[in-house]
Design a protein around this ligand. Structure first.
Ligand SMILES: CC(C)(COP(=O)(O)OP(=O)(O)OC[C@H]1O[C@@H](n2cnc3c(N)ncnc32)[C@H](O)[C@@H]1OP(=O)(O)O)[C@@H](O)C(=O)NCCC(=O)NCCS
Length: 153
């Protein structure tokens, strides 16, 4: 990929702000929701990854450390024109690698029902009943993390 790089973003930082704007446009605007002050405060404890093409952010994810060697992947957002091109998969794989390298064994997420096939394609399994979050249907999904020697990116 030409000039495309995955970066870990400090919070706060100008790059984190770009990720936040992408999250807002892709994940919140369609639902008519804003980020709360509490959500933004919690972001400071988390790990933020962004996939950039030069200075432009194309995709982002946030990782939240949880108990029992579990990491939560959340706020997965890909620029609309870039969806379906493998960027979500690539960034999620980078998030899983980061978690594994930092001693986590399970990645889980609260997946929007519409995104369940995306997570299934990466080996995640549904482990909850359907529930409502941000006013839409979700499932908790999880995956046991294993060292992947096939993906060197
Ligand atoms: C969901 C999202 C993160 C997926 O990222 P993406 O870059 O578009 O997905 P990728 O191109 O990496 O797709 C990876 C795999 O998932 C599949 N997939 C992705 N979205 C899918 C969907 N909505 N339905 C069915 N399959 C899907 C792809 O076909 C691909 O499978 P393959 O590798 O077997 O061909 C992205 O489309 C997005 O930001 N959507 C809007 C926000 C959102 O729903 N975020 C998730 C919140 S839980």
């Amino acid at each position: 990929m030409l000039n495309r790089r995955i970066k870990i973003l400090s919070c706060p930082s100008p790059e984190y702000t770009k990720a936040l704007q992408l999250r807002y446009r892709i994940l919140r605007v369609p639902l008519g929701l804003e980020f709360t002050t509490d959500e933004l405060e919690k972001d400071k404890q988390d790990v933020h990854l962004g996939l950039f093409e030069n200075d432009k952010i194309l995709a982002c994810i946030t990782l939240t450390r949880s108990e029992n060697k579990r990491m939560k992947m959340r706020q997965v957002a890909v620029e609309e024109a870039e969806q379906g091109k493998g960027l979500g998969r690539k960034l999620s794989a980078a998030g899983e690698k980061y978690a594994l390298e930092n001693g986590f064994e399970i990645m889980f997420c609260n997946a929007r029902k519409t995104a369940v096939p995306f997570y299934e394609s990466m080996g995640y399994q549904i482990v909850s009943d359907e529930f409502v979050e941000v006013n839409i249907a979700h499932y908790t999904m999880e995956k046991k993390l294993v060292v992947d020697n096939t993906n060197k990116n």
